[in-house]
Design a protein around this ligand. Sequence first.
Ligand SMILES: [Fe+2]
Ligand SMILES: [Fe+2]
Length: 475
Amino acid sequence: MSHISSERIPNNVDLGGDRKLQRALEEWQPRFIDWWKEMGPEGFQEDQIYLRTAISVEADGWAHFDYVKMPDYRWGIFLAEPTKDRTIGFGDNYGKPVWDSVPGEHRNALRRLIVTQGDTEPASVEQQRLLGLTCPSLYDLRNLFQVNVEEGRHLWAMVYLLQSYFGRDGREEAEALLERRSGNEDKPRILGAFNEPCRHWLSFFMFTYFTDRDGKYQLLALAESGFDALARTTRFMLTEEAHHMFVGETGIGRIVERTIELMKQNANGDARAEGGIDLGTMQKYVNLWYSVSLDLFGSEISSNAASYFASGLKARAKEDRYADHLALESTMLLDVPNADKTGCEPQEVALRNAMNEVLRGEYVEDSQRGMDKWNRQLEGAGVPFRFTLPSKRFHRASGIYAGLHFDPDGTILSSAEWDAKKDGWLPTEGDEVFVSGLMQRPIYEPGQMAHWIAPPARGIKGRPLDFEYVKRQDG
Ligand SMILES: [Fe+2]
Ligand SMILES: [Fe+2]
């Protein structure tokens, strides 16, 4: 078995000084590599990829860029620097010192939060494992792999917490994180969106725009945690997460740009006829990935969310923007389905029980920002179409709207109405075949771009667009 020195796992947690933890990670590492080779990017494990690697937590020098084979990527463990005399900023423990170890009474809840977050990281790598074979350019191929290796590092981050703070249970959870498989019926990943197939690059960009953004908000809420190691770990993960959402936002923006060009080339303004992705089809993928991502925030009315907040485990995003950190007196008005399921009625819910909805609300606002950018592109080109986010009630599989049907405006529908109309709102098998069909031939020549997407505004880290971001062994 290969020996891990502290240099092999870049870290700022003094791994070399903790023999027990080092041994635990030594046992886990080869299994991680096996998982990566089996479930990571298919077909590119021997190639040299121009990747960034986290090497410290300094704001200006945390990342190092160079060619690396993915299985040799140096997955490191980094916690943001501790804040001196930090205290818990919310809930019943407000003002008390943060915890340097796991309080016994919160052990199960914390483990559950960490495992749930940790499970999403390898899941997304599994969902995306075949996309390299249909990439629109070497630039995009490299970005896919950058996202993948960093999700791998996020798994390491959560496994570090499990191994160092949760003893034997933690070791078992660390193993289980490598055993579940996205989309597998017998051993699925924990959360729904992470079992959805991601068959093509339109879904990849929607996923990194919408689903990685859920990750951002979960991490922001955990970055406030009274369990200081969790707060510091998630704070550093957010640095990397920003790039994942950039990939999604600019990816969709580049498809919009190309679609506009193709519409102008066609007498009927038909981008599909010109080999592009029409705006209506893109809207369906917005509807899909946005709605499955809304589910990730958990139920609108949740006693779990209330107790996480009360005990100081998970706050609101950027808790210090709020004036009232106890949230005991306030309420939130929610639209709750009525008893006979013919519509929704406003209901006042204690704010602590509505914490999932508070976080989801911030996410909705943030999601709108990219939509506005794409709509400005359309406006600038004189195209009347506008992208919209569907109602929060649309196509929900968890929470108070699950099991009911709503149209994108939030109006309740019968099952028959839903069945008759849903193909106009969500991707059909035909849409999946059409979009995948545009992407059958991968583009591996430096500087070249697939027909359905515009080139990016600039390359990576000051490199030109025709830089060889991936050096292929058999290319
Ligand atoms: Fe992640
Ligand atoms: Fe991510």
